[in-house]
Design a protein around this ligand. Structure first.
Ligand code: NAI
Length: 425
């Protein structure tokens, strides 16, 4: 039974957060218990320091993954999904993806079942971490990855299967030109890539509104529309359509610039852009995915907020996380901004090689909890943790995964790292 006095509600597009709030959490498998315990101790201490007894999180454990399977025989019990729906905001550690047997990835299942259409991945550098690029401090990018469509929709036909044969026969009969484009029809595996206007615009809208709220200068649509015109190309077009029709007081787009240039010449286009920029408009542009990978390495300062489709976002968020020193420190969240349901998560896996050894780096889940506190509007506690984490890392107090690359650093266990953060409040 839900305790309504401690549960979050969404009223008129606004989250109503009580001072004592119940947050369901999934501990996760492998290193999940280690990083969850560390995160909860840091979050509790930050709330206590920032608000004394005025605010409090009541942690409510719910089950998924191996722990759930052992207890209930199910990998993702109905009660868990229901708790996230009822309490609106939750957090999770990493989950083992069961291999084979037709079991869906639990992460994908959570996103789908709760319609968490944005995968939010902010990536920034922390001074003191060994990064593989020369100027990692230039990276401060927030990725809005579409989370429910694209090749992740799971519509795939195995080569030689009944389904692929039926599909190929249909194609041959009804769309012979398309059928002709398949190089080896005898042995082909097929997948479907659905990308819709609604699906694209809701994630692009979330990115635009984030940029407006946080005074970010650029929103970039990343797509492979030069090749996949009606899916990736449409994503780009719908993004510009949305910005130009609903956000004209906030955004000036590269497409508007091109339009003016074509009709009135470069001088007029430059003048228009200059006016827009000096009047506080956000610049919206688009970049083809392969160029985006290149430019994020060469000119990361040209990126601020990214909106992209599911597969591009998957690749981009891990590549960018690697640029600042690894996914062990990158937070993530899956959010439905329309009904408010949000699940904050560690972005790394269960790291079975170091599970239960008190060696794991809890930064990813700790920073995800910072995102969660910001989402709740508890910014003072979020700020305390961010600053203390910056200080801890900058002083060379690191868990072994990072310490091994930093000369003169001190190697801390998971517990000690959490305590060091709290000491640095
Ligand atoms: P992984 O992220 O668990 O491990 C890759 C490497 O990074 C390992 O050497 C591990 O020790 C290290 N590592 C990861 N997180 C770390 C941390 N916080 N501190 C220190 N070292 C860390 O990826 P892998 O091995 O591919 O996957 C293992 C399991 O995790 C699989 O079952 C996979 O499906 C699952 N997984 C779950 C995810 C999630 O729940 N979001 C995401 C990725 C994988």
């Amino acid at each position: 039974m839900v305790n309504s006095t401690t549960s979050i509600r969404m009223v008129n597009n606004k989250l109503i957060v009580p001072d004592r709030v119940t947050i369901p959490f999934i501990t996760g498998d492998g290193i999940g218990p280690d990083v969850t315990a560390a995160t909860q101790s840091v979050v509790n201490a930050a709330i206590e320091t920032a608000y004394q007894s005025e605010k409090k999180i009541i942690w409510k454990e719910v089950f998924a993954g191996e722990k759930a399977f052992h207890q209930t025989g199910e990998w993702l019990p109905y009660e868990t999904l229901n708790a996230f729906k009822e309490y609106v905001v939750g957090i999770k550690g990493p989950l083992t993806t069961p291999v084979g047997g037709g079991v869906r990835s639990l992460n994908v299942a959570l996103r789908k079942d709760l319609d968490l259409y944005v995968c939010l991945r902010p990536v920034r550098y922390f001074q003191g971490i060994n990064a593989p690029v020369t100027q990692p401090e230039k990276i401060d990018v927030t990725i809005f990855r579409e989370n429910t469509e694209d090749v992740y929709s799971g519509i795939e036909f195995e080569p030689d299967s009944q389904e692929s044969k039926m599909f190929l026969d249909w194609l041959q009969e009804h769309l012979p030109d398309s059928y002709q484009k398949i190089r080896f029809p005898q042995s082909v595996g097929l997948g479907i890539k659905p990308i819709s206007k609604q699906g694209s615009q809701r994630v692009i809208q979330a990115a635009i509104e984030y940029a407006i709220r946080n005074k970010k200068p650029i929103v970039t649509l990343i797509h492979k529309g030069n090749i996949m015109k009606f899916t990736e190309g449409a994503f780009r077009m719908w993004g510009y359509d949305l910005a130009e029709s609903n956000y004209q007081d906030f955004i000036y787009t590269a497409r508007q610039f091109e339009h003016t240039k074509k009709n009135a010449g470069i001088f007029e286009a430059n003048k228009e852009k200059e006016w827009a920029m000096s009047n506080g408009r956000i610049w919206m542009n688009d970049v083809i995915t392969d160029a985006a990978f290149q430019n994020l390495l060469l000119y990361p300062q040209d990126f601020s907020v990214i909106a992209t489709s599911n597969l591009n976002g998957d690749y981009l968020s891990d590549a960018l996380a690697a640029q600042v020193g690894g996914i062990g420190i990158s937070p993530g969240a899956n959010i439905n901004y329309q009904n408010g349901i949000a699940v904050f998560e560690a972005t790394h896996g269960t790291a079975p090689d170091i599970a239960g050894k008190n060696l794991a780096n809890p930064s990813s889940l700790i920073l995800s909890s910072v995102l969660m506190l910001q989402y709740l509007g508890w910014n003072e506690a979020a700020e305390l943790i961010t600053k203390a984490l910056e200080k801890t890392i900058n002083h060379g107090q690191l868990t072994q995964d990072l310490a091994q690359f930093v000369v003169g650093s001190t190697t801390l266990s998971t517990d000690e790292f959490a305590k060091a953060i709290i000491n640095n409040f």
